[in-house]
Write a protein of this length. Structure first.
Length: 510
């Protein structure tokens, strides 16, 4: 592929990308759409640049946008006229903004960061309307934890007997966030035919200021909300404190609760609620444009896998960003060709550009995907001679793990700690487990400036899990100790994190 000169739109990406409209001019909808993709990739890069600032939630949100908006973006970019591109882009922006308040807020924030304003492009936000299921029963919404919500929960559920089923606390950038899942018994009467499953309360906490949790003291919950934030008492001595929290009752009988009856009285019937809009489908993509759209879509889905804490360290986020950085402007430039054959040739060159920038780390991924999407055996003939056996330069070989201990790095920073209790749900038994993410320094033979990397350590059937806020404060040397009963303790920060397991701790080989 020819080198990119200064007049190329792909070159402009690295020097500022698509610019916003001049004062007094209406923003171009298609330019905003491309800029939102590029802002997603910038967010992904910033949130994954080093394990010490890794922000799994930001990466997930930025990638998730393009699950159902990638193909509409390509259809908008490839319309044959400027008015057609604008019409399709506007439809895509409206669809994108209609997928919830958080998605709309993200769009406004990222468009502004790219120098665009969405005020003149988007219709006013529609008020939130609670939903009903296919039987017409009102469904539990996601609720901000307020004093009123805390009081309502205490009336509908037996919180003193609640049990912690799942706890996760992690660093998202520099903030502490968390997720708590509680198994709770209902205090309200249910129908005779109601399933025997207990309800669960799913609580997401933001800007956590205090963590005190001991799995031996995980029964009984007190939920409070006030001017100083949200406090969740757990057991006799445990607590979680955060600036804000959202709660969702995962309860198939919620419509029978007191809160459910109140919501039912004010929720419109199911047949009067606006139907979900389908994603914009106008426009046909040529073979190479479709291949490019499919490749980008699959890449975003792959990046979005970071939402699984157990797999996040296996997702090559940095490599994907290297391959696709500036894709928004590049897609608009390729799609702007008026003649179909030139447009198709431009998308072919763009795919080759992405594959080359992916390098050896993504060579197999691109090869497999291109065989599925292009059906052209010679598509990447010029790339086949590259030596894909060489490891990526900034990924040095790792020592093999020992059988009974974690090869402890000289220092590590705790990024995530997760505890799952043994429980049965929907007829399936889940064993107890623990998962820890550590930011560890680069290998001693790595080049200067190599970023820290994430390392996952798993423990099966932990007998004891103890976590305190201090575990997330700075670096510490991880220790594995074995007591007289052959129980293994994984310890950080002098016991601020202390996990006891009768089985080996397993450092992930990746």
């Amino acid at each position: 592929m020819a080198n990119l000169d200064a007049s190329s739109p792909w070159h402009r990406v690295s020097t500022g990308g698509l610019r916003g409209a001049a004062p007094g001019q209406r923003c171009s909808a298609v330019a905003v759409l491309g800029a939102l993709l590029d802002r997603s990739l910038v967010q992904i890069a910033d949130a994954s640049s080093d394990a010490r600032c890794f922000d799994r939630e930001t990466i997930r949100v930025a990638a998730d946008v393009w699950d159902n908006n990638t193909f509409p973006l390509f259809r908008a970019a490839t319309a044959s006229t400027r008015s057609g591109r604008e019409r399709r882009a506007l439809a895509t922006l409206e669809w994108m903004a209609g997928l919830g308040e958080e998605r709309r807020a993200w769009m406004l924030e990222q468009a502004s960061a790219a120098g665009h304003s969405l005020d003149e492009l988007l219709a006013p936000a529609k008020p939130y309307v609670p939903g009903r299921d296919y039987l017409g029963r009102v469904m539990a919404p996601v609720m901000a934890v307020t004093p009123q919500i805390a009081e309502s929960l205490a009336a509908d559920y037996d919180l003193p007997s609640a049990e912690v089923r799942y706890l996760q606390v992690e660093r998202a950038g520099s903030r502490l966030i968390g997720y708590l899942e509680l198994a709770v018994a209902r205090s309200y009467p249910v129908d005779d035919g109601a399933p025997p499953e207990t309800a669960t309360l799913d609580i997401r906490l933001r800007d956590i200021t205090e963590v005190r949790f001991d799995s031996h003291d995980g029964r009984g919950v007190a939920l409070r909300s006030g001017a100083d934030g949200v406090s969740i008492g757990i057991g006799a001595r445990g607590t979680l404190r955060a600036a804000t929290a959202d709660l969702h009752p995962d309860d198939c009988c919620w419509h029978l609760s007191a809160a459910g009856h109140l919501a039912d009285a004010t929720t419109p019937p199911r047949d009067s609620q606006p139907a979900w809009l389908d994603s914009p489908q106008e426009g046909h993509l040529g073979a190479n444009a479709m291949a490019a759209a499919t490749i980008l879509h699959r890449a975003m889905l792959h990046i979005r896998m970071v939402r699984s804490a157990g797999h996040v360290h296996r997702v090559p986020v940095h490599d994907f960003h290297r391959a696709f950085a500036g894709a928004g402007a590049a897609i608009l430039a390729a799609g702007a060709h008026r003649l179909p054959h030139r447009r198709e040739a431009s998308f072919r060159r763009l795919i080759e550009h992405w594959a080359r920038r992916g390098g050896p780390a993504l060579a197999d991924w691109f090869t497999t995907l291109l065989q599925e999407t292009t059906h052209q055996p010679d598509f990447l003939a010029s790339l086949r001679d590259q030596d894909r056996a060489h490891p990526v330069a900034d990924t040095p070989p790792q020592p093999a793990p020992e059988s009974s201990a974690v090869p402890g790095p000289p220092e590590a920073e705790l990024r995530l700690a997760t505890y799952t209790s043994a429980h049965t749900r929907y007829g399936t038994h889940h064993n107890a487990s623990a998962l820890v993410h550590l930011a560890v320094p680069p290998h001693s033979e790595s080049a200067e400036g190599t970023p820290w990397r994430l390392r996952a350590v798993k423990g099966a059937n932990p007998a004891h899990f103890q976590l305190q806020t201090e575990a997330f404060q700075g670096t510490s040397h991880p220790r594995i100790t074995v007591d007289d009963d052959a129980a293994r303790h994984f310890v950080l920060h002098d016991g601020a994190l202390d996990i006891t397991s009768g089985e080996n701790w397993t450092p992930d080989p990746s």
